[in-house]
Design a protein around this ligand. Structure first.
Ligand SMILES: Cc1cc2nc3c(=O)[nH]c(=O)nc-3n(C[C@H](O)[C@H](O)[C@H](O)COP(=O)(O)OP(=O)(O)OC[C@H]3O[C@@H](n4cnc5c(N)ncnc54)[C@H](O)[C@@H]3O)c2cc1C
Length: 243
């Protein structure tokens, strides 16, 4: 783990409870009622997702890359090949902006103008640190455990050569605006309320379907309990609830 302190998320140490700081960059100007300064909301959003968009300036040109992330305590991790252009750019002690977006539902209004999405979104501003040695391994563990808990213990760990081919970046969750929209469309009490138009929300979820075994390699490895638990947990979370 190195000298840096880490919190929970991937299972180590205490979580910070302090509200999220507001800076010039993170102050919401439009729809400020949708802001959350609750660090628990931040953690819940990050824990529910695992794909972020990493934005860097590459020679002055914006580059936004979809990539996997992991959270442990108040730190976010991304990884990739040492040859990756975007990670190389991020490595040059440059500010980056990472976004995570969870789409929770379609908000269908009476007017086209009021159509929207229910969502939870986070932006992370900061200058990433490049991890090395034990910290790098710990960052990779955090990533792996974030996506599928138990897989780090189960699968073969990275070799020295594989580690040398991998960049792991760490971003502190210090400057992090959180914006959340929930609820029905906003034209239920306006002049469009009497229109004969169905209005409401269509909830959307990411579901896990039946796992498909890779037919290459040996075929006698049993489906491990931690993956069965993962699939059941996702299924329980996403089971349709009919009104
Ligand atoms: C859901 C998801 C998760 C991913 N997770 C990871 C991860 O954890 N680690 C990782 O290293 N990579 C991941 N990738 C792949 C990643 O998006 C990049 O393609 C990869 O890192 C190579 O980046 P690069 O900067 O070296 O791109 P280069 O190969 O230098 O890209 C050259 C050009 O290819 C195009 N390009 C690159 N990537 C994409 C893309 N994803 N989609 C469309 N066009 C593209 C762009 O025009 C770019 O300028 C993920 C992709 C997706 C969609």
């Amino acid at each position: 783990m190195g000298e840096r302190e880490r919190g929970e998320g991937a299972g180590c140490g205490p979580e910070r409870a302090a509200p999220l700081a507001v800076t010039d960059r993170t102050r919401l100007r439009r729809m400020p009622e949708r802001v959350s300064l609750d660090r628990r909301d931040l953690h819940a959003i990050l824990d529910a997702g695992f794909v972020c968009h990493l934005g860097v300036l590459d020679d002055g040109v914006p580059l936004v890359l979809p990539t996997i992330y992991g959270r442990a305590g108040d730190r976010l991790y991304v990884h990739g090949s040492v040859a990756s252009r975007s990670l190389r750019t991020a490595r040059a002690a440059q500010p980056v902006c990472v976004t995570v977006t969870l789409v929770d539902g379609l908000v269908l209004a009476r007017s086209v103008f009021e159509h929207s999405l229910n969502y939870r979104a986070v932006m992370v501003f900061g200058v990433p640190g490049i991890l090395a040695g034990g910290d790098k391994l710990e960052g990779l563990r955090a990533l792996s455990e974030h996506v599928v808990p138990g897989q780090w213990e189960y699968a073969r760990r990275p070799s020295r050569e594989e580690l040398a081919q991998t960049t792991v970046l760490e971003l502190p969750l210090d400057e992090v605006p959180v914006k959340i929209r929930t609820g029905p469309p906003e034209d239920g009490d306006g002049h469009d309320a009497d229109l004969p138009v169905w209005a409401g929300e269509v909830p959307l979820r990411v579901v896990a379907l039946d796992p498909v075994r890779d037919r290459a390699g040996r075929d006698d490895a049993p489906f491990p309990p931690h993956l069965a638990a993962y699939v059941s947990a996702v299924a329980a979370r996403t089971a349709p609830r009919r009104a």
